[in-house]
Write a protein that binds this ligand. Structure first.
Ligand code: MN3
Length: 209
C-alpha cells in the first residue's frame, strides 16, 4: 500500500483540555485512517499513480482518470490535510508567532488579534464541512477556505484558492462535535491554544525562500 497513516506526533490526550482525547482518537484512528484506506483502494492497480507523491497527485487531479478522480480528490485531500493538521498542533503550544512570520502577519493583517478574527471568520463562513487556511501565494500571506477535503495544493480551478498552506484548521463537525457540539466558534477560539507556531514559522520560512 503506497499511502500510510502517520502516527500522531503526541499522545491523543496531549491537547486536552482544548481538544479532547476521544475526539483525537476517532479523528485520527478512524476518519484519517479511512481517507488513507480509501485513497489506496481508489489507486489500486494504477502503478503510475500509486508511485506519485501525494502533493504531486493533488496538484494534477486533471491527470487522474475520471472514474477515480472524485475518490482521489476527497480521500487524497483528506489524507494530506490531516497529516498536515496534526503537525500544526502541539501540547503546551499556542501563544504568538515570532520572527519573520510575526512581522508578515503584522504587515498583512495589522496585528495578531485581527489575523485570528479573520481566520476564525473564514472557518465560520465555510457552510457545512471544510477547512480554513493561511497560505503563502506570490510571497504574500492570504486567508482562504475550502469545501470538504479540498486544499490549496489542488489549485484555484479545483479548490477556489491556491498557494502553499502554512496553517489550516479542520472545521468538519467530526473535529469538534464531541466537546463543542454545534459551537464551532468556541472550538476555533480554543484551537489557538494548541497551535504550534514554531512549525508554522518553519513552513512560512520555507514558503518564502
Ligand atoms: Mn477531519
Amino acid at each position: 500500500m503506497p499511502h500510510e497513516l502517520p502516527a500522531l506526533p503526541y499522545p491523543k490526550e496531549a491537547l486536552e483540555p482544548h481538544i479532547d482525547a476521544l475526539t483525537m482518537e476517532i479523528h485520527h484512528g478512524r476518519h484519517h485512517k479511512a481517507y488513507v484506506d480509501n485513497l489506496n483502494k481508489a489507486l489500486a492497480g494504477n502503478t503510475a499513480l500509486e508511485a506519485k507523491a501525494l502533493p504531486a497527485l493533488l496538484a494534477d487531479l486533471a491527470s487522474v482518470p475520471d472514474a477515480i478522480r472524485g475518490p482521489v480528490r476527497n480521500n487524497g485531500g483528506g489524507h494530506w490535510n490531516h497529516s498536515f493538521f496534526w503537525k500544526l498542533m502541539a501540547p503546551n503550544a499556542g501563544g504568538a508567532p515570532t520572527g519573520a512570520l510575526a512581522e508578515a502577519i503584522q504587515r498583512t493583517f495589522g496585528n495578531l488579534d485581527d489575523f485570528k478574527a479573520k481566520f476564525e471568520a473564514a472557518g465560520m463562513g465555510r457552510f457545512g464541512s471544510g477547512w480554513a487556511w493561511l497560505l503563502v501565494q506570490g510571497g504574500k500571506l492570504e486567508i482562504a477556505s475550502t469545501a470538504n477535503q479540498d486544499n490549496p495544493l489542488m489549485g484555484k480551478a479545483v479548490a477556489g484558492c491556491e498557494g502553499r498552506p502554512i496553517l489550516g484548521v479542520d472545521v468538519w463537525e467530526h473535529a469538534y462535535y464531541l466537546k463543542y457540539q454545534n459551537k464551532r466558534a468556541d472550538y476555533l477560539k480554543a484551537w489557538w491554544n494548541v497551535v504550534n507556531w514554531t512549525e508554522v514559522g518553519n513552513l512560512y520560512a520555507a514558503a518564502v525562500k
